[in-house]
Ligand binder design. Structure first.
Ligand SMILES: [Ca+2]
Ligand SMILES: [Ca+2]
Ligand SMILES: [Ca+2]
Ligand SMILES: [Ca+2]
Length: 162
């Protein structure tokens, strides 16, 4: 009879997929054998992903191997936690955005994923993006609106539009 003692020899106290020995709690990721993560915290960077799936390869493979950094909650710095960027390509809500945790602008429309989600837009669809024109302040937009309104009234007076 054979028995697998691997779990006893290399315990994973917080059950996050990285064995205690590898979780060196240094705050610096060196490799999967020296992860720098906390051996008693299954999610050291609090981004909703267990340390063990955050393999820091820079490549998303699956929910079990996200390639994200286990010590950086927002690996690509786009304002969305690694845990909400589920890489499905389908935007569900702010907690399941479907965007790529390794791309700041998943759909390539010029707006960061975080910016799009904050505006209620789909970060996976280049035809869905925040409406505000870059470089135009809120006051500028109000002035633009007033000018358009005046122009419309002028046109009305002239009877072009009845
Ligand atoms: Ca562990
Ligand atoms: Ca994590
Ligand atoms: Ca992110
Ligand atoms: Ca985008």
């Amino acid at each position: 009879m054979t028995q697998d003692f691997s779990d006893l020899r290399f315990p994973d106290g917080d059950a996050d997929g990285y064995v205690d020995m590898a979780e060196t709690n240094t705050g610096v990721f060196v490799s999967t054998l020296d992860t720098g993560t906390d051996p008693v915290d299954p999610d050291t960077d609090d981004d909703v992903l267990r340390d063990g799936v955050e393999t820091n390869t820079g490549v998303y493979v699956s929910p079990q191997d996200t390639g994200t950094h286990p010590l950086v909650p927002d690996t690509d710095g786009d304002g969305l936690l690694d845990g909400v960027e589920t890489h499905t390509g389908i935007f569900v809500d702010a907690n399941d955005t479907g965007s790529d945790p390794h791309l700041t602008d998943s759909d390539g429309d010029g707006f960061d994923d975080g910016e799009e989600v904050a505006a209620g837009k789909n970060p996976n669809n280049p035809r869905s993006f925040p409406l505000d024109v870059p470089g135009l302040s809120p006051l500028g937009m109000v002035l633009c609106g007033l000018v358009l309104l005046l122009a419309y009234r002028l046109v009305l007076r002239r009877g072009v539009i009845a």
